[in-house]
Design a protein around this ligand. Sequence first.
Ligand code: NDP
Length: 335
Amino acid sequence: MTTTHTAIGYRDNLPATDERALVTEQVPTPEPGPHDLLVRVEAVSVNPVDVKLRSGAPAGGLRVLGFDAAGTVVRVGSEVSLFSEGDEVYYAGSIDRPGTDQQRHVVDERVVGRKPASLSFADAASLPLTAITAWEALFDRLGLTAGSSGTLLVVGATGGVGSILLQLAEALLPGVRVIATASDDERAARVRGLGAEHTVNHRDDLTAQVLALAPAGVDWLFTAYSEGQVATYAEVVAPGGHVVAIDDGPRDVSPLKSRSIAWHWELMFTRPVHQTADLVEQHRLLTRVAELVDAGRVRATTEQVFTPIDAANLREAHRRIESSRTTGKIVLHGW
Ligand code: NDP
């Protein structure tokens, strides 16, 4: 007899608020492949990439979205070596496989981390994709190291990625002074609580505010919202500095090139996991993040929790993410 489980997915290319856009179905539970874990999903979180993939969904077929999940391993593939049944895990999945918005999910063990022991499933689900993205941005693209000294400007600091990136910078980059964007006083207090030393309001003149704090320009700039901003970045980043952007692009970066500012643009982690150079890189990174969490040096970024994981709550979470106004992460928990 085929075992089935509940999955929530999209059947048509319709707006999230359209009642027909999201359906709940019973689907066959897959057998894990040799390197796979079958996970009982306890919590998921929603990212802007879910919304972007939804609007690009072809009609027909159930498209189950979702990257972030935390749950319990219920079966392991024949060659699994890192995990056993009963282990509690968290991970960000892969674009080339069905998403995490379902009760049972199959994932390659090499992109999975052990859930931080000190966190609930809900809080653990807030972290994986944003932590991986922030880590890659800071350490791989911007090339920051524990010994780096200088100033980092974080644009989009209030969002999901910014909220973990600020904490990683505070925990691991003691010589880096962080300036963060926030659009009002409450949000400014929030980002200071996550490790920013100074705040600027990106709705006002960014150049004047940043140069008042860093007259020679900042050394590094992380941005989650670069549309229409490249010329401003050329003014606020010091010649020879580095910019990394993770939003949709590409952009015309000639203003930066003319000031010898290095530019990396990438909408990260939407590539198939099997194209990554080192498959266990994500496993190692999530293990390191879990250590930081359990040592009390990084906090979950959960801001809103919906219970249970169902179509109505997923629709509402997508609607809020689409507003581009949410702080931290939206998590869905329980079935
Ligand atoms: P969020 O939806 O969590 O960010 C929302 C926050 O960003 C808002 O609270 C708002 O705060 C701030 N914001 C919105 N517009 C601007 C702007 N123009 N300038 C500065 N801040 C702004 O997004 P994420 O952090 O999750 O993702 C941001 C981008 O990065 C998206 O394009 C996403 O696709 C991409 N990305 C995200 C990944 C992830 O792991 N979530 C992975 C890879 C890429 P305020 O009130 O201060 O304006």
